[in-house]
Ligand binder design. Structure first.
Ligand SMILES: [Zn+2]
Length: 113
């Protein structure tokens, strides 16, 4: 376990051994760590907490896009939201994945077993 927690989060590695990958493809999560066999989903509805992380990650990105779009033209606030939403779509896989990885690490840090 010579990898720092922050590096493990960035690389999507297991919170216990920090070697096994949490995701096997872009969207497919492993059920458990391939190295230490730690289950990544503890119970039904486990990733509900990841929604808070997702919100925390998405809001700054979305607000930055709104500010950027607002420099294009002097549109009303309602019109700015739509192009900002379209521009946000490519960020969804990244924030979704990262939110789950951060949630697993957060949960295992405060309740390891
Ligand atoms: Zn592991």
């Amino acid at each position: 376990m010579n990898v720092k927690r922050s590096t493990a989060i960035l690389l999507g590695l297991c919170p216990r051994c920090r070697q096994g990958k949490i995701y096997r493809t872009l969207f497919k999560m492993n059920e458990q760590c391939e190295i230490c066999h730690l289950p990544f989903r503890r119970e039904q509805g486990y990733f509900l907490g990841a929604l808070y992380v997702y919100y925390g990650l998405s809001l700054p990105i979305f607000l930055s896009l709104v500010l950027w779009v607002s420099t294009w033209k002097s549109w009303s606030e309602y019109l700015i939201v739509f192009p900002a939403l379209l521009l946000y779509v490519p960020f969804i896989p990244f924030t979704y994945r990262t939110a789950r990885i951060i949630w697993i690490h957060f949960d295992r840090f405060f309740d390891p077993e």
